[in-house]
Design a protein around this ligand. Structure first.
Ligand SMILES: Cc1cc2nc3c(=O)[nH]c(=O)nc-3n(C[C@H](O)[C@H](O)[C@H](O)COP(=O)(O)OP(=O)(O)OC[C@H]3O[C@@H](n4cnc5c(N)ncnc54)[C@H](O)[C@@H]3O)c2cc1C
Length: 428
């Protein structure tokens, strides 16, 4: 019998809302749709389909929200890892128009879900992009103009003097506040969405790693002790999918990133760090991101360990970054530290498509996936229901395999990351 896989030792697992252990799949089931993976991509797709009356079965190798969706920084960041202007320059005005029209939808889906299903996940408004240099601030000014062209009306530029109302750190020259962004307890969002799906008759099996997908009409999705025969399959394993579908594995690189949370802070100290209670990410390529949790801890993430190596001492990696931003936390204890994998693509745009006429996938949000994965769930569910236009807008973007093959892509990416880190340090 295979070993049970539990949540990583994160602050989120420690503070998770009660959620049942789901059984492992045994025997054979018939479904309209079988979803592989119970992160945001999988659960969001399943919930959209269940709302539309489909019989959906979700198979999860570990626990609901076990992957990046239950470990991330909790930042609701709009648009994509590569913004709409890059999409326009690389893929043309038509692609930019179509993807731009969807760039703020994921965040709205999250808020709709939280309100509709009364999900308790510490939702707070406002995410901040903080600039270290005038060059970065100029880029934020351009981002504001770009997003406003696509209909965003909730953006505010913050100058150096105004930063004191956002974050008490003197390293920034200014920022862009997105009032449509925000932050959440990510695992509790995933658990709440899973419960919503189940309330509509959906079934989730945990500890049920998919070991084989047999193509066909219907397709058969096999686990160690069972199978789901389904008209349609959705592959949503992202950075944890491994080599289940080899042609998907070669196009992404799982990257580890690390997060810590402090002990509970005195409320006055917490408020002094982030007076607006927004979440913040800086504008460096290898960015730091942080926010206050619902119980007044500072949650701080940063650094990228390419190739998903588990860092031995997460605190050793992140604490110096945290103290650089907030030297006033010198004597504050770190209580939790964990790592999680996101999936990087060469273009840094998500990959959406089909590996067979009835086998859909979405992967590779390249670090900004909280909003995109919710959009992905909607556009995949639309495609399964026969409305393909928005799915096709993503699916028509080219996907590139990583250079260097399986052996050399991690060292090559490490060198690339080093190069960008140098640029960040030099402010160029
Ligand atoms: C530490 C960290 C911080 C981040 N911070 C942010 C942030 O603040 N804001 C933001 O926008 N994005 C952030 N991201 C990225 C974001 O979390 C991800 O893009 C997003 O959660 C991906 O969701 P997903 O459902 O596609 O993948 P995951 O959440 O990783 O879910 C995939 C699931 O599939 C399961 N699975 C895999 N293979 C199989 C199989 N064979 N059979 C069954 N199940 C399988 C896994 O067990 C897993 O539960 C962060 C990521 C990390 C790791």
């Amino acid at each position: 019998m295979s070993q049970t896989v539990e949540h990583t030792g994160s602050y989120y697992a420690y503070s998770a809302n009660p959620s049942p252990q789901r059984p492992a799949l045994r025997g054979s089931l018939r479904a309209d749709v079988c979803v592989i993976g119970a992160g945001y991509t999988g659960i969001s797709t399943a919930l959209h389909l269940a709302e539309a009356g489909f019989k959906v079965v979700v198979l999860e190798a570990a626990r609901v929200g076990w992957g990046a969706s239950g470990r991330n920084g909790g930042q609701i960041v709009n648009s994509y890892s590569r913004d709409i202007d890059v999409i326009e320059a690389r893929h043309g005005a038509d692609a930019a128009r179509k993807l731009g029209a969807m760039a703020f939808e994921g965040g709205k889906i999250i808020r709709e879900r939280i309100a509709k299903y009364d999900i308790q996940c510490d939702l707070k408004d406002g995410n901040v992009f903080a600039a270290f240099t005038q060059k970065q601030l100029d880029e934020l000014i351009a981002k504001k103009a770009l997003w406003e062209r696509y209909g965003h009306t909730g953006l505010k530029l913050v100058d150096k003097a105004g930063m004191k109302d956002i974050v008490s750190s003197d390293q920034y020259v200014g920022a862009l506040l997105d009032t449509w962004g925000g932050h959440i307890h990510p695992l509790n969002l995933a658990l709440g969405e899973a419960a919503a799906f189940e309330s509509l008759g959906g079934q989730i099996f945990e500890q049920s790693a998919v070991v084989e997908v047999l193509k066909g009409q219907p397709a058969t999705v096999k686990t160690a002790q069972g199978e789901v025969v389904a008209d349609t399959v959705v592959v949503a394993g992202n950075a944890y999918l491994g080599n289940l579908i080899p042609q998907l594995a070669e196009k992404t690189l799982p990257c580890g990133t690390q997060v810590v949370t402090t002990e509970r802070l005195d409320p006055a100290l917490a408020k002094s760090l982030l007076p607006g209670d927004n979440c913040v990410e800086d504008c460096n390529f290898l960015l730091d991101y942080y926010r206050l949790t619902g119980d007044n801890r500072l949650l701080y993430g940063g650094g990228t360990v390419y190739g998903a190596r588990d860092p031995g001492e997460i605190e050793r990696l992140i604490r110096p970054k945290m103290l650089k931003t907030f030297p006033q936390l010198e004597n504050v204890k770190i209580e939790f530290g964990w790592t999680g994998n996101f999936s990087l693509t060469l273009s840094r745009l998500p990959q959406v498509g089909r590996v067979d006429s009835n086998i859909y996938y979405s992967q590779g949000c390249s670090g900004h996936g909280v909003t995109y994965t919710h959009l992905a769930g909607r556009i995949i569910s639309e495609a399964i229901r026969g409305q393909r236009e928005r799915f096709d807008a993503f699916a028509s973007l080219p996907h590139y395999p990583f250079p260097g093959g399986r052996l050399f892509r991690v060292p090559m990416l490490t060198m690339g990351a080093w190069w960008y880190e140098m640029r960040d340090r030099l402010g160029v």
